[in-house]
Design a protein around this ligand. Structure first.
Ligand SMILES: NC(=O)c1ccc[n+]([C@@H]2O[C@H](COP(=O)([O-])OP(=O)(O)OC[C@H]3O[C@@H](n4cnc5c(N)ncnc54)[C@H](O)[C@@H]3O)[C@@H](O)[C@H]2O)c1
Length: 267
């Protein structure tokens, strides 16, 4: 039997239906965790078929009560929460301060759209799980930030600000609850092949911003035979980093941001 410090942990993973969240969900299930996955998208059917320890909750986490309701459902099922992985997120359209759009009446702006899911939702989720973690006197939170959480040159302004915000929120939670046995860490992945490009709203794509930032992104990707950039970091690489931070192996790591980018963070 595979013994791991994730065995029987109750774990909430947002964004479990695709990309990094999907790979993380599979890895945690393989390591014996009981995973409560949340996504606006459809159930990852294969995981549901393969693991009776997987539960899925479909919701748009941006809705005001969604985080609270989802966490209440998880507690109703398992009576505790050991780990929260905040992974759900969207890309921006590479807009900068000159082109970013703001919500106005019924028109959605890129700023509010990206900040809502990438920053407000993780904080709402933390707020929702903290009462249970405090009562248990323990818990581990892992926030999926990005290289864009420490660099100003790898994404548009909304994504960059949202991930910088998430880094700050992670450190803030780490210090605030460190005496209560609750840890809060983050990962900073480089470019990974997932479905995130489909979250770009093409009517809000800024070619000038893209052309300014993309050379920086290209510094850490490989190229295929036709010269098309190919990410070298896989979803499983990020999932393993998240699993480590979530587990008791990392029990004195608190408030840390771990780059998973094959040295891209060094420049
Ligand atoms: N792919 C990359 O290059 C990369 C790099 C660094 C960080 N990240 C971060 O990794 C995380 C996962 O992204 P990914 O690349 O796997 O993308 P992805 O698009 O493959 O997965 C994101 C998931 O989040 C879900 N989601 C989006 N909005 C939601 C909402 N309102 N409510 C509930 N679920 C919602 C989507 O349905 C999707 O299943 C994101 O936070 C992203 O910013 C990605």
């Amino acid at each position: 039997m595979f013994i791991s410090s994730l065995q029987d942990k109750v774990v909430i993973i947002t964004g479990c239906s695709s990309g990094i969240g999907l790979a993380t969900t599979r890895l945690f299930l393989e390591r014996g965790a009981l995973v409560f996955g949340i996504d606006i998208g459809t159930i990852p059917q294969k995981l549901s078929d393969d693991f009776s320890t997987f539960n899925f909750y479909q919701t748009n986490l941006v809705d005001s009560q969604a985080a609270e309701h989802a966490v209440a459902k998880c507690i109703g099922k398992h009576n505790r929460i050991d780990v929260l992985v905040n992974c759900a997120g969207v890309s921006d359209g590479w807009n900068s301060a000159d082109t970013i759009t703001f919500s106005d009446g019924d028109v959605d702006g890129e700023w509010e759209r990206v900040m809502a899911i990438n920053l407000t939702v993780p904080i709402r989720m933390m707020k929702a799980v903290l009462p249970a973690m405090k009562e248990q006197k323990g818990g581990s939170i892992v926030n999926v930030a990005s290289k864009a959480g420490i660099s100003g040159a790898s994404a548009g302004i909304a994504y960059t600000a949202s991930k910088h915000g998430l880094v700050g929120a992670t450190k803030n939670a780490a210090w605030r609850f460190h005496q209560e046995g609750i840890r809060c860490n983050g990962v900073l992945p480089g470019g990974v092949a997932t479905n995130i490009a489909s979250s770009v709203q093409m009517d809000q794509f800024d070619p000038a911003g893209f052309n300014s930032f993309f050379p920086i992104v290209q510094l850490h990707v490989s190229k295929d035979s036709e010269g098309t950039p190919v990410p070298v970091i896989g979803v499983d690489d990020v999932a393993r980093g998240i699993a480590f931070l979530a587990s008791d192996e990392a029990k004195m790591i608190n408030g840390a941001m771990i780059p998973i980018d094959n040295a891209w963070s060094t420049i």
